[in-house]
Write a protein that binds this ligand. Structure first.
Ligand code: GLA
Length: 409
């Protein structure tokens, strides 16, 4: 079951070189010691891409790698932020006047978002908080960060938020590989265009089925209202949508609203100027990916002898759907997926929003060492820039624990 608050752990600092080093930096910067530390894990989504904001369950896990924050509460109304990476400049502001500039991807904005969002509950608070940056995210990362438990991936369902253990098969490792391509979701509109395409597909599907389309926001809402299976929804998508992109004029006509109404009542700030939307392809991805997540969970719990093979196939289908239907891959991610499959991964796919970032691959444990060596050779050693990032870019990981507050023992 979902629970909100992060755990607390007492740690002897003497055995924690990373914490000790950070504490020293903190003291030399602020002249006093931090009162507590916070860690939050990195995450990887095993399957279920771009469907959380459509209402569908996803299947991520936290990894062992993490980010650390040191905190000292102060009596003044001024918050001071500093980063151990000198590339990210110090920042301070009054807590009474938080300004988040959505046009610039500044690191400290994420802290300000946290402050601004503090009125609602923790996992949901963070989902909502992220939206202040300008992206209409679905809440997968925030939910797994709080609800993760060591040793297990989770099926995360939304509204109401629920997490169920998914035991991954033994005999396979999950390997994360960074494509070394960066896509800033907040500074570009790629991500929000997809969210809007799903929202528009929801409205048009609802209207065509005589549902109250104005209050429907997510593709899952349509399925729930109609009481259909995901397979039946895929048939409906085929019947209702044409594969050619929809112009905004056509969308307005289908919904019987003006351009002005479309822009102010449906579209987000940074998608106002988009002129065409692909509804057929996006809806097909969402309903088929939602079905793959449930199938993945079923295979994990039934654990047949060929589980690794079956899960790998689902991961591969997911990548193909992300690439061709959702168009959220990029040439480097596709190349990396091909390389991973070539060197022994049974399944490999982009993970997270895409257009850059990482892949996740499932590799039989007995092939892991040679897999890592070969991928390093084929993807990282061929490019100086990638080689420079390679140390943190390619690693196997296990399901890690969730966010917690660290106190000095
Ligand atoms: C980003 C978002 C998530 C999710 C993924 C795609 O990581 O933050 O909410 O939508 O993209 O699955």
């Amino acid at each position: 079951m979902a629970s909100g608050a992060p755990a607390t752990l007492r740690v002897p600092l003497a055995q924690q070189p990373r914490l000790l080093k950070m504490k020293e930096m903190f003291i030399s910067k602020f002249g006093s010691a931090p009162k507590f530390y916070v860690r939050a894990p990195g995450r990887v989504n095993l399957i279920g891409e771009h469907i959380d904001y459509c209402g569908y369950a996803v299947l991520p896990m936290a990894v062992e790698q993490d980010i650390l924050i040191m905190v000292e509460p102060v009596k003044t109304q001024v918050i001071q932020l500093a980063n151990t990476n000198p590339l990210y400049l110090d920042f301070s502001t009054s807590v009474n006047n938080i300004q988040i500039n959505q046009t610039k991807p500044l690191w400290h904005n994420y802290f300000l978002c946290g402050l601004k969002g503090i009125q609602v509950e923790l996992a949901e608070i963070c989902t909502k908080s992220e939206r202040y940056i300008g992206t209409e995210g679905g809440g997968m990362d925030q939910s797994i960060s709080f609800l993760a438990e060591e040793g297990t991936a989770k099926l995360i369902e939304f509204s109401p938020l629920r997490a169920t253990d998914v035991k991954l098969p033994s005999g396979a490792a999950f390997v994360i590989a960074n494509s070394c391509v960066e896509m800033n979701k907040a500074a570009t509109s790629h991500y929000n265009i997809r969210v809007m395409e799903c929202r528009l597909a929801t409205k048009l599907l609802s209207k065509s089925k005589g549902l109250a389309w104005k209050k429907m926001l997510k593709l899952q809402d349509v399925q729930v209202e109609l009481g259909f299976s995901l397979e039946e929804m895929l048939t409906i998508v085929e019947e209702v949508f044409h594969p050619e992109p929809y112009s905004i004029q056509e969308i307005c006509k289908c919904l019987g609203i003006s351009l002005e109404e479309l822009r102010t009542q449906i579209l987000s700030q940074n998608t106002q100027d988009v002129t065409t939307f692909k509804l057929y392809q996006r809806a097909k991805h969402v309903y088929s990916e939602a079905a793959r997540v449930l199938e993945f969970k079923k295979i994990c719990s039934e654990a047949p002898a060929n589980a690794v093979q079956l899960l790998g196939e689902l991961m591969n289908q997911s990548h193909i759907s992300c690439r061709d239907m959702y168009e959220c891959s990029c040439p480097e991610l596709d190349q990396l997926v091909d390389i991973c499959l070539q060197f022994g991964a049974i399944g490999s796919r982009l993970t997270g929003a895409g257009w850059g970032g990482c892949t996740v691959s499932m590799v039989p444990t007995d092939k892991l060492t040679s897999f890592l060596k070969n991928v390093e050779q084929a993807y990282y050693k061929t490019d100086d820039q990638r080689l420079a990032l390679e140390n943190n870019s390619l690693f196997a990981t296990k399901p890690g624990g969730g966010a917690l507050v660290l106190l000095e023992a």
